[in-house]
Design a protein around this ligand. Structure first.
Ligand code: SIN
Length: 532
């Protein structure tokens, strides 16, 4: 058994900020499925939104967040996250994050940050590091964590289950309520499972967009934290609001990567393949409308024409400025033979971000005692029905920081006797198809039946097929020695079902959830969270 004061599951911005801060209070284990960099933060291109310009105001950022979220966000959460933005961006700078500056120099002030714009923002307020903002932030956080003697890092380790009452033979003395005492964690090189006992556990495992066949996320985004929390008895909220990014690079082979919204912030324009512009027909902000509106507009135009992609045209933007701001996108496009100063870029929407997740407070508290959540895994109420671009790194940062400072974090804990993981001796290799096949089918069902535009009939078909998949996969999980792919597929099935169930519960259209049967918003009945 490994014994820590703090267990951090996941290694993106939320996990590492929390680890650094609580390392001042005790010993910390950071558990991550692959390498530290294998997380969504690493791939964040656009940046991190905050009020950093004198002409801007907290009021305007609050209002933009609320409007983009289709008026479902929680006002007090939005305000608190946004007001903490400048202070915590300064914290990232102090840790060594090198944001792009107006004069291209390096210093530690907030004042001369270059700011870009993205959809739904009424002001330039996105701090960035060229088009590799997440990578820059991760470098700074990883350097600091690796130097820290109180932080042990476990790469290639996956948490399988939270340790709560349901693993304890005689739990009664610890009731009422569910309590977390750490997690069962598997070393993916040896398949050995060990107890990681901890007084406090932070879930910072990111999102679940891999539940969709077409998505912008790295392979690790399989919703592990959301699924584990749900299986342990925590509530999930607003799972129907899966945000599709309007501009994922399109290839016939399905290979994709993100083309940052900041490109549109700098003037790039969406066009149909006949060269015509269309976004002005959908929203007064045109190409910079909130993301749900742009994705739906593209989807509608493509379906009308039976086409698979549209163009993002950046050719009219100053070429030197383009290459300087977007070197990563430039080099990725060149790998595909595209020069964005000469050629339009083929793009189509792809699943990108879960606005919902484990129901949590702005301090990361969840339904389960001693279990905290921060980042994409959590649903704090900031994003409402549709996240405002570049608000996600901000939320992860603020909530992880708050959790590390919450009074409960230093409260002592009484541990029960925790049993070892009961590893099965059997492994039915001939049934592995249950995992490989179902994982693919599940993602295809989600894409076809529960994508940008949904209908109740297709959602119901999806639900019954997904429940069958869950039963098959869970049966395999129960009767075989555990493997990473099995745990991930179980988690994907739990999340897919949660998305579809939530989508069926919301009989209106709002933000990222569009239901053909109920295309209007219904504030009277549905201006509230969907909780399962
Ligand atoms: C982007 O750069 O377009 C992605 C930023 C985000 O998802 O907020």
């Amino acid at each position: 058994m490994k014994d820590y004061d703090f267990l951090v599951l996941g290694s993106g911005i939320a996990g590492l900020v929390f680890a650094l801060e609580v390392s001042k209070l005790g010993r910390v284990a950071v558990v991550t499925k692959r390498s530290l960099q294998d997380c969504n933060t690493e791939y964040a291109q656009g940046g991190i939104a905050a009020v950093l310009d004198e002409q801007d105001s907290f009021e305007q950022h609050v209002n933009d967040t609320w409007i983009a979220g289709a008026e479902l966000g929680k006002q007090e959460v939005i305000r608190r996250v946004i007001e903490d933005g400048p202070k915590l961006i300064q914290y990232l700078i102090d840790l060594g994050t090198d944001f792009t500056r107006l004069d291209n120099t390096y210093d530690k002030r907030l004042e001369n940050l270059s700011l870009t714009r993205e959809g739904g923002h009424s002001h330039r307020r996105v701090a960035y590091a060229a088009d590799s903002t997440g990578h820059q932030i991760m470098q700074a956080l990883i350097d600091n964590c690796k130097k820290n003697p109180n932080i042990d890092i476990f790469e290639d380790h996956i948490a399988i289950d939270l340790i709560t009452q349901h693993h304890i033979p005689q739990p009664d003395s610890f009731l009422p309520g569910i309590t977390c005492w750490g997690a069962y964690v598997m070393d993916t090189a040896t398949n050995q499972v060990e107890v990681f006992r901890a007084k406090k556990t932070l879930m910072a495992t990111g999102g679940a967009s891999r539940v969709y066949a077409h998505n912008t996320n790295p392979e690790v985004s399989t919703g592990d934290g959301m699924a584990m929390a749900r299986l342990a008895g925590a509530r999930l909220a607003n799972m129907e609001f899966v945000q599709f990014h309007p501009t994922a690079f399109w290839t016939a082979e399905g290979e994709t990567f993100l083309i940052s919204e900041a490109l549109r912030g700098e003037g790039a324009v969406l066009k149909l393949t006949d060269g015509s512009c269309f976004m002005e027909n959908y929203h007064p902000l045109g190409n910079l409308a909130p993301r749900d509106i742009v994705s739906r507009a593209i989807d509608a135009e493509l379906k009308k024409r039976g086409e698979k992609y549209c163009w993002l045209d950046a050719r009219h933007i100053d070429h030197e400025q383009l290459r300087r701001h977007f070197p990563y996108i430039d080099s990725k496009l060149r790998e595909h033979g595209i020069d964005f100063t000469r050629d339009p870029i083929p793009v189509a929407p792809a699943a990108h971000y879960f606005c919902g997740g484990v129901l949590s407070t702005i301090d990361g508290l969840t339904d389960i005692k001693n279990l905290y959540a921060a980042g994409e895994v959590a649903c704090t109420g900031l994003h409402g029905a549709n996240r405002l671009a570049s608000n996600s790194l901000l939320e992860a940062l603020v909530v992880a920081w708050n959790a590390s400072k919450h009074p409960s974090i230093t409260e002592d804990v009484v541990f029960p006797t925790i049993p070892e993981w009961q590893q099965m001796n059997s492994f039915y290799e001939n049934e592995w198809v249950i995992i490989s096949h179902n994982r693919e089918i599940l993602a295809t069902i989600m894409h076809g039946y529960c994508g940008i535009r949904r209908s109740r009939r297709l959602l119901k078909y999806a639900l019954s097929r997904l429940e069958n998949i869950y039963n098959e996969v869970n049966n395999f999980y129960q009767h075989n020695a555990v493997r990473k792919e099995v745990v991930e597929t179980r988690n994907l099935a739990v999340i897919a079902i949660a998305v579809v169930r939530s989508a069926l519960m919301r009989k209106e259209s709002r933000g990222a959830h569009f239901l053909i049967d109920n295309p209007e918003r219904n504030d009277e009945i549905f201006r509230r969270d969907t909780v399962i």
